[in-house]
Design a protein around this ligand. Structure first.
Ligand code: GTP
Ligand code: MG
Length: 369
């Protein structure tokens, strides 16, 4: 996949209908039943020849429909031609059967096309048996699909991923926001970016990765909201958590790791630190910025305890934030961009300096629309 400096949208590559065997069968039979009029012409003086031609056309229409649907599936791009992040999302959603579906579809096309060559001739020569032979072809073609394209139902999952995955510009800077459920990731992202993900007091409110944009003059910074992850092994994680892990594992980005330091945090400090360790294992400590959120309802001793733990873990910096009140949300962004510059040799920070000195608003916020 070559982005050429544009956002890559998965639905441009995965243009596939979500179709089950039953739906496909129903449509094929409808097409077969459609009336076909054969104009009376000199080439069909013989009535039985005209009837045979009519049944050939009916079967041909069914055949064309089948080949068109299966063709779109067979022409899906191979999994290893997609960016690794998108590939992993697809593998997750399809239980690693994406490439199998492509293979099964192209095999079925071959079998059905060969069958059609033979049947077409037989129908045309079939005289009074033309109808029976034509119906037999449609039945056999459908049976090939039923037996040989067992993975057909995953077209639904592919179509879902294609339309629910955000477009990513792999050339532009990216900040991934990570943390356990309920720490305030979505609240933070909706304060600083164009994205307005749903927030609520229940875990796993965010079920998908979401991209927001932060506009700094001509520069666009991408910020990704991710589902929360729990303190358990990858094998034990659900599909929602695994999407967050896929983003951390594959995307070139800096990571803002949010810790909820409020008195009544949904998960304990210890759990949040264990997840931080897991994130560190995926991206490396140098890519992580620690943000302590909900300082509007924390207690001094909790805050001191967290600070000690993260300092002992080797994180020399952290930001105290209240996403809800908008306190220090832009400090976190500026820190993230400056880390991005340091790690990837870019100079987006300078642009922010220029931009903020000319357009910073009274409230001290950058523009996010
Ligand atoms: N007091 C306080 N509450 C906050 C703050 N940030 C978020 N919250 C609340 O915490 C709850 C969870 O916030 P979300 O932004 O949905 O958390 P999340 O990390 O996106 O959660 P998941 O999508 O489930 O992973 C909501 O009720 C927010 O209003 C904050 O800075 N202070
Ligand atoms: Mg969320």
């Amino acid at each position: 996949m070559d982005s050429g400096g544009r956002a890559i949208c998965l639905h441009d590559y995965l243009d596939v209908p979500a179709v089950s065997y039953d739906v496909l069968r129903k449509r094929v039979l409808e097409i077969y039943k459609e009336r076909v009029r054969i104009p009376k012409s000199s080439s069909f003086r013989d009535h039985s020849k005209r009837v045979a031609f009519r049944y050939m056309v009916k079967a041909e229409k069914a055949f064309q429909y089948i080949v068109t649907v299966l063709g779109r599936i067979a022409r899906l791009p191979p999994i290893d031609s997609l960016s690794p992040f998108y590939a992993e999302l697809l593998e997750l959603a399809t239980n690693n059967m994406y490439d199998k579906l492509r293979r099964e579809a192209s095999q079925a096309i071959k079998i059905i096309s060969n069958m059609w060559k033979e049947y077409r001739k037989r129908i045309l020569e079939g005289d009074i048996n033309a109808k029976r032979i034509s119906i037999e072809f449609v039945g056999r073609a459908l049976s090939v699909i039923r037996r040989k394209v067992k993975t057909l139902p995953i077209t639904k999952d592919i179509s879902y991923i294609a339309h629910s995955t955000p477009c990513i510009d792999f050339e532009k800077p990216l900040i991934i926001v990570s943390g356990m459920p309920q720490v305030g990731k979505s609240t933070f992202i909706s304060k600083v970016s164009t994205a307005k993900p749903k927030t609520s007091p229940y875990p796993f409110t965010t079920k998908n990765v979401i991209i927001g944009h932060i506009m700094l003059g001509d520069v666009v910074i991408q910020i990704m909201d991710t589902p929360g992850i729990l303190d358990r092994s990858f094998e034990e994680m659900n599909e929602i958590e695994r999407k967050a892990v896929a983003a951390l594992r594959h995307l070139k980005a800096v990571v803002i790791y949010i810790i909820d330091v409020s008195k009544d945090s949904y998960y304990t400090l210890e759990q949040q630190i264990r997840v931080l360790d897991g994130v560190k294992g995926l991206v490396g400590r140098d890519k992580i910025i620690i943000v302590l959120n909900k300082v509007d309802k924390t207690e001094k001793d909790v805050l001191e305890k967290v600070k000690n733990i993260i300092t002992n873990m080797g994180y020399d910096k952290h930001i105290e934030m209240s996403a809800l009140l908008g306190v220090n949300v832009w400090v976190a962004i500026v820190e993230a961009i400056s880390l991005y510059d340091k790690l990837f040799g870019t100079r987006y920070g300078e642009l922010i300096d220029l931009y903020s000195s000319s357009t910073i608003s009274n409230s001290g916020n950058f523009s996010s629309s």
